[in-house]
Design a protein around this ligand. Structure first.
Ligand code: BEZ
Ligand code: MG
Length: 527
């Protein structure tokens, strides 16, 4: 295929558009390979993903062209076979990172050329995703969760139970677990395996070793009670992982029928109680997999937060339950089951979601507060008190379980208030300001859905981005509309009593917000 001049112009516009809409992580811009220091950050992430922390000088030596041997001795790292193997992986990753392979691949594809297939995933976990600009293949649906993911998922399940025991002294009977599609693709299905492990189940394989359903792990092998898990799937999960959706529903159904003491099988305990209370059959009372109606996505909680069009927090719970009340049973078909979802939420001890990639945090996109925030609010309304909310951090090195309050504080310190982070965003101009503003909106979303945001978070964000006059001017010049929305969002947090600033802060914030709005109107009038 020959490209005409017009085509080239359209292509240039498309590339510009893609560049504009890329999530600016501060690390990578289309057509511009990362700098040496950014490459060192990425190599560091890959090493940490393998549980190693080589000194920075070692990484810098590799990037400067040193051999694995020399790089190790520069950082005074012992020359073990494992260390050498890691160095070789990093050299290979760096070779790909220093070249732009995406634009040539895009042009090649537009020219009708063949694009080689490659694994998809997270660079820290799967360096083989490099070079990018290839044709991603996600996964083999018959092999997910993998053996590795089953081991990891079981480990994450025990860590989660241990954290809740440490916080409350109690073993949970029922957990609300949010499952996303992309997270499972990045991790070979570890969150699915975690859900199975909590219920005391595992995949059932056919004689070819392919996934065909679920089976229970005997209680003697499990060594603890089966935990009841209500699993809410993103629309993407439901679309991509049909076999796994049915497997999870089957695991709950098998547990509900098992001839076991109810003190050791909370799924059966609750399903029998729900059957008696609602007068339904046991299979209906054992429904534990919920998502949107077919063809629908998201809980709309993020849209309510973004538009500010909610009066009280129960409206957020209503939106969540109206969207996510479709049960997916063993047949795989969706059936609206609002009353059953509400009955299950009443018994939930805590809500939980994994974070699988260093690229995203719970405050960087609005989908976490939409899904995990939404269900937390729905549980709070159904139970009459706020449940604990936990995040499993599976991004780098050893997995950790944090409370949501800890996670929001960590992200605020390391991202929002970290000059390396926000300066990286601001290098992207208007889009960078929009991203900063989006994080503030997401933070308000967490307050509204869980109440787990500490007051200092709002105070420091206000001081850094609004009360600091130089920064306020910079944001307003780069993106007057987003700068004004950011300040108004902080006022909204105070007006809704999600944060109670002192009088001096509130009055300075209100004045600055008025200034930003005047400037915005000035911009609009001038335009
Ligand atoms: C998912 O992969 O399921 C997902 C990704 C982004 C936002 C929401 C869901
Ligand atoms: Mg959105």
């Amino acid at each position: 295929m020959d490209l005409e001049e017009d085509d080239l112009e359209i292509l240039a516009c498309r590339i510009e558009e893609m560049e504009r809409t890329l999530i600016p992580t501060g690390l990578h811009t289309l057509g511009e390979p990362p700098s040496p220091s950014e490459r060192a950050d990425l190599l560091d992430a890959i090493a940490r993903g393998r549980g190693c922390t080589p000194p920075r000088v070692t990484l810098e030596a590799l990037i400067a062209g040193a051999s694995p041997d020399l790089a190790l001795s520069t950082g005074q790292v012992q020359r073990t076979p494992q260390a050498l193997e890691l160095m070789r992986t990093l050299v290979e990753a760096d070779r790909h990172l220093r070249q732009d392979s995406e634009i040539p691949a895009l042009l090649h594809a537009l020219d009708g050329g063949f694009i080689r297939p490659a694994p998809g995933g997270d660079i820290a976990r799967t360096p083989a995703v490099l070079p990018t600009g290839r044709n991603l293949n996600g996964f083999d649906p018959f092999l997910l969760p993998s053996v590795f993911a089953l081991r990891e998922g079981a480990r994450h399940a025990e860590l989660l139970l241990a954290r809740h025991r440490a916080e409350t002294g109690q073993t949970p009977e029922s957990i609300a677990l949010v499952l996303w599609g992309s997270d499972n693709l990045k991790s070979e299905g570890a969150p699915i395996a975690q859900a199975l492990s909590l219920m005391g189940a595992r995949p059932r394989l056919d004689s070819y070793g392919r996934l065909c359903g679920a089976e229970l792990i005997p209680l003697e092998t499990l060594g603890r009670p089966r935990v009841d898990v209500v699993m809410t799937l993103s629309g993407i999960f439901r679309d991509l992982l049909t076999l796994q959706t049915r497997m999870l529903a089957e695991a709950a159904w098998l547990a509900a029928q098992a001839d076991e003491p109810v003190e050791l099988n909370f799924i059966r305990k609750h399903a029998l109680a729900q059957q008696a209370e609602n007068g339904c059959d046991l299979q209906t009372a054992a429904l534990r997999v919920f998502s949107n109606a077919e063809g629908a996505y998201g809980a709309n909680v993020n849209h309510l937060i973004d538009s500010g069009a909610w009066r009280d927090e129960d409206e957020l719970a209503d939106a969540y339950q109206a969207r996510k009340c479709f049960a997916y049973g063993v047949s795989g078909a969706a059936v609206k089951q609002s009353a059953m979802l509400n009955a299950i939420l009443k018994g939930v001890d805590f809500a939980y979601q994994n974070v699988e990639s260093v690229e995203l945090g719970v405050t960087s996109i609005d989908h976490y507060m939409d899904t995990l925030g939404g269900i937390s609010r729905a549980v709070r309304r159904a139970r009459g008190e706020a449940p604990p909310v936990y995040i499993g951090d599976q991004t780098l090195g050893e997995p950790k379980v944090r409370t949501l309050a800890e996670q929001v504080s960590l992200e605020t310190r390391t991202r929002m208030l970290n000059p390396r982070w926000y300066e990286g965003l601001l290098r992207h101009g208007a889009e960078g300001v929009r991203q900063i503003e989006a994080q503030v909106t997401n933070t308000l979303g967490w307050s509204a859905t869980t109440g787990e945001v500490a007051p200092w978070v709002y105070q420091r964000i206000t001081e850094t981005f609004v009360l600091d006059e130089a920064m306020r001017r910079r944001l307003a010049e780069l993106n007057p509309a987003a700068a004004s929305r950011l300040a108004k969002r902080l006022v909204e947090a105070a007006d809704r009593r999600l944060w109670s600033p002192d009088d001096a802060t509130l009055s300075a914030l209100r004045n600055a917000t008025d200034d930003l709005e005047d400037q915005l109107e000035g911009v609009a009038a001038a335009a």
